[in-house]
Design a protein around this ligand. Structure first.
Ligand code: SER
Length: 540
């Protein structure tokens, strides 16, 4: 089974169960800058999990493109990827409504359907004996999830393949600091690989050895985490599930690792062909990083020293450094990028449309970095020689990052291979000192977002639309929204424009927005398919 078939089957299965298909949102969250990227299918649905009505109903299904940088240190193992696709189905509230199309559902349906999809020959037809599950063991915030365990038993999973874990394993969310979350039940496929970490107590799904691959997660989203860390019951009970597309294809095909699937294997092959000596882990990291960078640039991100742009920069630079270690030609990264675009040409048309820009951006970034890499490496070497392996100065490491653009994990990679590491405390001190000097803390995030629904924030949200149009009128149609953040006091609007804006132009933008506010144009709301809306001129 390949990715296309799995996407199709999943959507078809849940459509049969009364779900409406919704499109994948952008990787850059539109209304929630409290996180940089869309990290899960539920992410663009937060307002609806909190109670807003979704125009497509309360049973939804889709395939969402996601970026997770929190797992970046695991990339290179058999299953973790920075960019991945997540299949998901949702029930938005109303679990007690009578059965039938449109009514919400909760534990029972979620678990029974997961089982049907995984094991029925018509769908994935996985071997029932190779599936284990885990459920929440309970704590002061939520009770032990015995109901899920019973449901799993009733579909046929024996007790000894049902595991109870705590919040660190069986609780999902919120995606940012606050928001919808809840206990979950996770489904694992047993690859049968020998466990090298077992200390006699037996290998379990929670073991990091790689024998058990987590392929699906059903979240019982009935809590809201508040800013003071409390878990309050949500207004409505929701189901949020996420199936990792790549891992599931790996499991269904009985592959050893995720890089064997058709979305990744040709990329691995390309790196192998181009390298003097093969290093499996480094090749995987190169493939993962370039793929994620290409897709992010396709979604409008440019390498920079801030936020989204910095993530892309890190990915490209680390991949570039690894190609140097493997004696691979610089051009390989561009060949890889072309291949990524080819592989995803049917799925993400935006990559084909932006091909020229993606390749140019990558090329410019690589050239820029190649100029500082050698000088930086000399400083690196000098520090190593001065200190031997006694500990690499965190201050020098921070300087390599700050002045020579070495991503932190790249420095960590270099040091790890020499059996040493960054002095974290010194790094932090250097970073604090730098932050005081420069006011652009790249990690600084704004809380809030449209999850907040007061009259004032709704007005400011409308104002971002006016601002967006005014910017397009004054600067040109290349202006595209790249995020926005609204609190009761102010709005923030991020957008694309290649240069600094003159004061005259800013004044003109301000005038247009104020004129439009004064016109008191009536607000009219209509729900329609996205394509139709675009024909009418909708831009977001
Ligand atoms: N939000 C959950 C996850 O990411 C299920 O979709 O695993």
């Amino acid at each position: 089974m390949n990715a296309e078939e799995l996407r199709k089957k999943y959507i078809e299965f849940f459509k049969e169960k009364g779900h409406a298909e919704i499109p994948s949102a952008s990787l850059i969250p539109e209304n929630d800058p409290s996180v940089l990227f869309t990290t899960a299918g539920m992410h663009p649905l937060v307002p609806f999990l909190l109670g807003e009505k979704h125009p497509s109903g309360n049973r939804l299904v889709n395939c969402q493109r996601c970026i997770r940088t929190s797992d970046i240190e695991y990339v290179g193992d058999d299953t973790h990827l920075t960019f991945f696709e997540m299949l998901g189905n949702w029930s938005l509230g109303d679990p007690d409504a009578p059965d039938g199309v449109g009514a919400g559902y909760f534990r029972k349906e979620a678990i029974e359907w997961s089982w049907e999809f995984l094991t029925d020959k018509k769908w994935l037809g996985l071997d029932k004996d190779k599936i284990s599950v885990s459920v929440f063991q309970g704590d002061e915030d939520a009770p032990k999830d015995e109901e899920s365990a019973k449901l799993w038993e009733s579909v046929g999973i024996p007790k000894d393949r049902i595991f109870y874990y705590g919040k660190e394993d069986n609780w999902w969310g919120p995606a940012g600091k606050t928001g919808p979350c809840g206990p979950d039940t996770e489904m694992f496929f047993d690859t049968g690989k020998e466990c090298k970490l077992d200390k006699g107590s037996g290998c379990q799904p929670s073991c990091p050895c790689g024998r058990y691959v987590e392929i699906w997660n059903d979240v019982f989203m009935e809590y809201n985490k508040t800013a003071d860390g409390k878990y309050e019951p949500l207004k409505q009970k929701n189901i949020d599930t996420g199936m990792g597309l790549e891992r599931t294809i790996q499991a269904v095909n009985g592959f050893e690792n995720v890089y064997e699937i058709k979305l990744l294997a040709p990329l691995m092959q390309l790196v192998k062909n181009e390298s003097e000596q093969h290093d499996e882990i480094k090749a995987r990291i190169i493939v993962d990083h370039i793929k994620a960078a290409v897709i992010l640039i396709g979604d409008g991100v440019k390498p920079s020293n801030l936020e989204h742009g910095y993530v892309v920069r890190r990915l490209i630079r680390r991949a570039y450094r690894l190609t140097k270690q493997l004696d691979i030609y610089n051009d390989t990264l561009l060949l890889l990028a072309r291949k990524v675009i080819e592989i995803y040409s049917n799925t993400y048309k935006v990559l084909v449309e932006n091909e020229k820009n993606i390749l140019e951006t990558l090329d410019v970034e690589i050239n820029k970095f190649s100029k500082t890499l050698d000088r930086g490496l000399k400083i690196f070497q000098k520090e190593l020689e001065a200190k031997g392996h006694q500990g690499f100065s965190g201050k020098v490491a921070f300087d390599l990052y700050q002045t020579y653009g070495f991503p932190k994990e790249m420095i960590a990679d270099e040091l790890r291979s020499l059996g040493t590491s960054i002095n974290e405390q010194e790094w932090q001190e250097a970073e604090q000192g730098h932050k005081k000097l420069s006011r652009q803390g790249s990690d600084k995030k704004f809380a809030g977002g449209l999850a907040e629904q007061s009259e004032k924030t709704i007005r400011l949200h409308t104002a971002t639309h006016l601002l967006h149009q005014a910017l397009r009128n004054v600067l040109g149609d290349h202006v595209e929204q790249r995020g926005s953040n609204i609190t009761e006091e102010r709005l923030r609007f991020d957008f694309t424009h290649p240069e600094k804006i003159s004061n005259d132009k800013l004044r003109r933008v301000e005038e247009i927005v104020n004129e439009k506010i004064k016109e008191e144009i009536p607000i009219d709301k209509k729900v329609m398919p996205i394509e139709e809306a675009k024909k009418l001129g909708a831009i977001g």
